[in-house]
Design a protein around this ligand. Sequence first.
Ligand code: AMP
Ligand code: MG
Length: 511
Amino acid sequence: MHGAGGDAGWRFDNSYARLPEQLFSPALPKAVRDPSVAVFNEPLAADLGLDPAILLAVAEGIFSGNALPPGAEPIAQAYAGHQFGHFTNLGDGRAILLGEHITPDSRRVDIQLKGSGRTRYSRGGDGRAALGPMLREYCVSEGMHALGIPTTRSLAVVATGEWVLRTTPLPGAVLTRIAASHIRVGTFEYAAAIDAQGAAPAGTTTNHPPAQQGATPPGLLPALLNHAIARHDPTLAATDDPATEFLGAVVARQAHLLARWMLVGFVHGVMNTDNMAVSGETIDYGPCAFLDAYDPTTVFSSIDQQARYAYANQPAIAHWNLARLAESLLPLVRGDEEAALEKVQGVLAHFPELFERHHLAGARAKLGLITQENGDRDLFTALLGQMHEAGADFTTTFAALAGMAESGAATGEPWSLPVFHDWSTRWLERLKRQPGSLSEAATRMRRVNPLVIPRNQKVEEALQAAESGDLSVAHRLLAAIRAPWIESAENAAYRAAPPRGCGPYRTFCGT
Ligand code: AMP
Ligand code: MG
């Protein structure tokens, strides 16, 4: 292994690797046989202050793990997590954090390889990833970003030229992931569990004060909290009770994120606490998918037998996950045990209210509303109820609203169905009760109701073509999902809902 890409603009400063060593384990990416770049995200490279042309010349080496960028200090991060409700010790079993790159505008971003070989936390796994799922993460995260939803990004997918053995042999790949951080709810659960086992050095109390800069008390939790606050909420470091304030900040970010997911019909599919980032970015695209026909009970993942992570359950699950974060942070919350418990419960109790506020604001925007009336929540819920009954496609149903506001007429599926008539009359009346013209409302709606989302079947087509060596389908898909608001001849095929009756879509985890 050798360094490469020295003049591409890398500026590493690896603060996570300076944390107590139980939080991670040094781990080198394992070299691959015959790397070739499948996709490279030039606009993202430029946004990170990296020279796309220089980087592309060394991309096969760097983004496969065969070479390290200068300044990288590769580690695997330790974490735990509640998987489908059960606590487990995990860690990066197939991912390696190269370090933190500082962008020219002073953002600190994690650069992580996924599928780069075994680590100390691999358990029985091979540490590898298949091309299909890595391209899936690349495409769906690009789609989420284009929709304006906080998410980790993907810088590259490099095919390894090796096979990974799943139920069948599949072409292998390494994904390079960019994130505000990879600190998960499960990272705090891990730190809390280790500290509680007494593995922390003597002198740690169960209720030590939060650390001030330069004076970190012993234990993993205070160090992790300081680190997370420095990265995501630096203004909280000087508050009286940073642990409680930090919990509040994470609660607020997740309430916002969950509202955004729900408003575009996104189903994450595996909302285990290890797959929830404290940064508020969508992370770990596994069995995720977007709703086609609206059905709140939708589950795509083949392993989610109990429908724990069904579309409509997501806000409640996020709340449950945040309670696990709260429990983990309790030892750092100021005050005696009872007071601390009361405080975190108070913070957690805000979640439903914050979610509702974001969701209602987003729902109003989807309907073109700029004023507030008491009946607005019901107007939105009534529409969803009818969409459910009619099996209406989530994305195209909302996308049609702008045209209807302009023409004043309900046309096309599902709007021409008689059951939608009363609703559309009610909605048009509501629109007319607010200032501004209907065409202005239409313009606003076109900015929030996407025409293009990464449709499940389209993503699947792109992955299948890629697996047989044709990446052109993935490139066309990416071009379409990167411009979700614009109607063009090129994206016509990506706007359409799948034909009715094409059967339930299934996604698979752990590939
Ligand atoms: P995920 O379902 O992708 O969130 O993964 C859950 C846990 O399993 C994480 O700790 C992963 O690092 C680990 N894992 C998943 N796939 C593999 C693999 N092929 N080899 C080693 N660890 C894996
Ligand atoms: Mg995960």
